[in-house]
Write a protein that binds this ligand. Structure first.
Ligand code: SF4
Length: 328
């Protein structure tokens, strides 16, 4: 999952009744530290802290955090004041990673909806294996309570790559999670371009497309591998994994798009996918409905490949981040 990091803040909350000020109350709001870019406008509610798995070699998100379920009472207190912290939000997102394992999750989602009738959509991160193993009755109860969408980190549909990066899920888990989750919710799958390195570029893209075709997620969201210093994958680079050049990034993207045949909205909605020349992004990924807009999307990738041949010094987001010109 690629995400944006948020800051914890302490807010002074003022409670109003219809006619009189009831009083002042100081509330510590515990923000989830990450959310998907598509949840930029959402009210953020932290249900759990950290990740139940926390072992993917490319991920730095919750490494310093011991997983814990937050107390229901604390969560409810924040739900009561949600509008004050997110006055313009129309949707809500549950964090951190894998909040659906919280023992009171159905009650929490129901309370969130009851107290905030303005919420149009509730979404959450979810681990594929958790959804694959979860009973349908529980998923149905979550749907009835008001959960609408799952953000699932597929990363790759290739079992060799999944094992190499210690994802803790197989291609079968991903297919089961997509299918089962899709019976109750909208599903977003996240793909990490370059995760197999140059060595596994083709099988990573082709087998991921196959998993997507079988799992049928509503959205496929692409992130290009960003090597975060200190993560285990850093030590694999140059050994098991060779990072892709900008041309290879485009080639892998082409294989992926070409092989997806199911109905899904495909988007490269993250800066990690951009390619730059003289500090300007000239390629910002491809976006559109598959398979209907496949030809147009493939043409755009081909155009970018042709353009690269005419330019000197094309760099990707990893290079830009290393040079301190963007933050990933
Ligand atoms: S499941 Fe993996 S990628 Fe997702 S938050 Fe946990 S360690 Fe990171």
């Amino acid at each position: 999952m690629r995400t944006y990091k948020l800051l914890n803040i302490k807010a002074l909350t003022i409670s109003f009744s219809t006619q009189t000020i009831i009083g002042f109350m100081e509330l510590n709001y515990d923000y989830p530290p990450y959310r998907p870019p598509s949840e930029a406008g959402s009210a953020l509610l932290r249900v759990v802290k950290g990740c139940t798995w926390n072992r993917c070699t490319f991920c730095s998100m919750y490494k310093d955090l011991k997983f814990q379920q937050r107390k229901k009472e604390e969560i409810f207190r924040e739900v009561d004041h949600l509008r004050e912290f997110f006055p313009a939000a129309r949707t809500a997102f549950l964090g951190d990673s894998n909040p659906l394992v919280h023992k009171d999750i159905v009650e929490i989602v129901r309370y969130l909806r009851e107290k905030n009738p303005w919420i149009e959509r509730v979404t959450a991160y979810a681990r594929a294996r958790t959804i694959a193993k979860m009973k349908r009755e529980k998923l149905e109860a979550l749907k009835d309570a008001g959960l609408n969408r799952l953000h699932i980190g597929m990363e790759s549909g290739d079992d060799e790559v999944l094992e190499m990066v210690n994802k803790g899920a197989t291609s079968e888990d991903l297919i089961e999670a997509g299918r089962k989750g899709g019976e109750f919710f909208e599903v977003s799958f996240y793909y990490i371009l370059g995760l197999g390195g140059r060595e596994r570029m083709e099988r990573h893209a082709k087998n991921s497309a196959e998993v997507i075709n079988k799992a049928k997620p509503d959205f496929v969201r692409v992130r290009t591998l960003t090597v975060v210093p200190g993560t285990p994958i850093e030590k694999m680079v140059g050994k098991e994994i060779t990072l892709l050049t900008p041309e290879e990034q485009l080639e892998e993207l082409k294989i992926l798009v070409k092989n997806i045949n199911t109905n899904t909205y495909f988007t490269c909605d993250h800066v990690s996918n951009y390619l730059f020349h003289r500090n300007r992004a000239f390629f910002m990924g491809v976006h559109g409905k598959l398979p209907d807009e496949k030809e147009r999307m493939l043409e755009e990738i081909e155009d970018a490949l042709e353009l690269i041949k005419t330019l000197d010094g094309v760099i990707n987001s990893n290079d830009m981040a290393r040079l301190g010109r963007i933050i990933l």
